[in-house]
Design a protein around this ligand. Structure first.
Ligand code: ADP
Length: 242
């Protein structure tokens, strides 16, 4: 079997905020088409990595490679990466259609193509028929789906999800975990899903990257990490879910 291709590689990424070292030599390789969880306690640096990958901030040192090309200095809109944030960052005064279409309009896409792309994205996340609804009329789960539709409508190769299920109640959260996972498999794109929830990461991922205090502690399949934690931190952190 052919080995999967690397889509994203981080090489020796460092990032400080004033005197505080937020990321200390981060090295990651992501294969195309897999579901990755980026797992660690609050403040461990997960979001900072995501923001560097998305191009929202620059690393102090190190490289971000996408398809083998150095994109470290490329502006966010030129990267084939999209992000779903924790608060979804939707426009409450716009309807569902316009929220999903927003990024495509910025790209000046022809109207008929835009219409087709938006309707397809809404169908994918099962919100067709909701085009005219205002965001404020939707439930938390529906808002989350709109945020996902807005991200996938750009046909990204890599989707970053930042604690995007943490606002949902337990039942809805489990349903969305299942839906996200099947969406990822259907679309075949790479997901990098940030969470501080061990059970969520273990249940959803092909691979987990465990982080603490700005450093990667361990990466591997859920079974590897669960069965053979590399140090006390990982053992305790993963063990908290038992
Ligand atoms: P996580 O996503 O794992 O909760 P973050 O990446 O958000 O962690 O933050 C890692 C550390 O970097 C935290 O201590 C946070 O306070 C700090 N940090 C993140 N962004 C900034 C910033 N813009 N200015 C100062 N400190 C920051």
């Amino acid at each position: 079997m052919q080995s999967p291709e690397t889509i994203l590689e981080l090489q020796h990424i460092y990032k400080s905020f004033d005197d505080f070292v937020a990321l200390d030599d981060i090295n990651i390789k992501l294969d195309q088409g897999k579901f990755y969880s980026f797992l660690g306690p609050s403040g461990s640096g997960k979001t900072t990595v995501l923001r560097i990958v998305a191009g929202l901030i620059l690393a102090d040192r190190g490289k971000v490679l996408f398809d083998g090309q150095d994109i470290s200095k490329l502006p966010a809109e030129k990267r084939k990466v999209n992000t779903v944030f924790q608060n979804y960052a939707l426009f409450p005064h716009l309807n569902v259609f316009d929220n999903v279409a927003f990024g495509l309009r910025l790209k000046r896409m022809p109207q008929d193509e835009l219409q087709e792309r938006v309707m397809q994205a809404l169908k994918t996340i099962q919100l067709n028929g909701y085009e005219d609804r205002m965001i404020s009329e939707l439930s938390g789960g529906q808002q989350q789906r709109v945020a996902i539709a807005r991200a996938i409508v750009n046909e990204p190769r890599l989707l970053l999800l930042d604690e995007s299920l943490s606002a949902l109640d337990q039942k809805l959260r489990q349903q969305m975990q299942y839906e996200l996972r099947s969406l990822q498999q259907r679309l075949g794109i790479t997901f990098l899903f940030v969470t501080h929830d061990q059970e969520e990461a273990l249940a959803m991922s092909d691979e987990i990257i465990v982080m603490n205090e700005g450093r990667i502690q361990q990466s591997g399949t859920p079974v590897d990490i669960y069965d053979e934690p590399i140090n006390h931190f990982v053992a305790n952190f993963i063990g908290e879910s038992n």
